[in-house]
Design a binder for this molecule. Structure first.
Ligand SMILES: C[S@@+](CC[C@H](N)C(=O)[O-])C[C@H]1O[C@@H](n2cnc3c(N)ncnc32)[C@H](O)[C@@H]1O
Length: 268
């Protein structure tokens, strides 16, 4: 890679690279840039899909930054053990409080501002768009990825860690949930999506699910694009899209529909 490819952003030179792991920034930080710190037993799982497409380009350009902390480094003894059997018996293993404590202290050292500490957990608050909007406005986030039967409860209590869930199912680890959270958050950071997409008209932004989308060809396997979308009449297109958003939300998500109607009624 030649120096002519380097980009200066006034904070630190960014070296373009096609290798996802090289997109991850090492400390020292890019000052004022949203940062995700991930505590995981599998640091090579990152940036994973976050290194692709728009999030990958934004990472490369220093619009956000990613740092992994390898839990194994804080393991106990010659074998760097990170887990032990559950107190009281039962199946599986639990991530040790002393190991996690050292890793968290390391990760949070020097962290300032609004930078929540989150444990990805099926017991947590379900992720939603409002949560992602709040996180995108923060200075960054530290994410603890569990494995095995999870983490020692005392760690959650001691650090006041928020638990956040990807949904009502159980995965083998928190890494996929962490990537989902980061993806949904980073795309809300200014300039990350560029001109490619608008976050203002998509599902959840107005409290409704999105209307159907179509593109060429105008007819496919006997199915035509709705005439109104081909009419060129912007007012009618907007009305049709709004009506479809309402219909889809009402049919698929009565919970969202009730909340939407409730907030619309309270404005009347
Ligand atoms: C096998 S799970 C542990 C499940 C735990 N014993 C329970 O029943 O709640 C291992 C790890 O995967 C992660 N995980 C699993 N399902 C998740 C979900 N729905 N959302 C977020 N993280 C999840 C958590 O970090 C968890 O510590």
């Amino acid at each position: 890679m030649t120096n002519s490819l380097n980009k200066s952003h006034g904070r630190k030179a960014i070296r373009p690279s096609l290798k996802p792991r090289e997109l991850m920034t090492a400390t020292p930080d890019l000052v004022g840039v949203w940062k995700a710190k991930i505590l995981t037993l599998f640091p090579t799982a990152f940036p994973g899909v976050l290194g692709e497409s728009l999030t990958g380009k934004a990472l490369q350009e220093g619009l956000w930054q990613l740092e992994t902390v390898d839990l194994r480094q804080f393991g106990v003894g010659k074998h760097r053990n990170v887990d032990d059997t559950p107190a009281g018996g039962g199946a599986g293993m639990v991530l040790r409080a002393d190991v996690l404590g050292k890793a968290i202290d390391h990760a949070m050292d020097g962290v300032t501002g609004n930078h929540p500490l989150i444990y990805l957990s099926p017991r947590g608050k379900p992720m939603d768009q409002q949560m992602m909007q709040n996180l995108a406005r923060a200075d960054g986030v530290t994410l603890l990825c569990g494995r095995f039967e999870g983490v020692d409860e005392r760690v959650l209590q001691h650090y006041g860690i928020q638990e956040v869930s990807l949904g009502d199912f159980v995965m083998t680890g928190g890494e996929i949930a962490a990537q989902a959270l980061i993806d949904a958050t980073v795309r809300l950071i200014p300039n990350v999506l560029g001109n490619f997409a608008s976050t203002e008209e998509e599902s959840f932004s107005s409290g409704l699910l999105e209307h159907p989308q179509y593109t060429r060809p105008a007819e496919w396997k006997g199915r035509k694009i709705p005439d109104v979308l081909m009419s060129g009449h912007h007012g009618k297109v907007a009305q049709w899209r709004h009506d479809m958003s309402e219909e889809i939300t009402q049919n698929r998500r009565p919970d969202l529909w009730d909340a939407y109607k409730g907030s619309a009624d309270s404005k009347d």
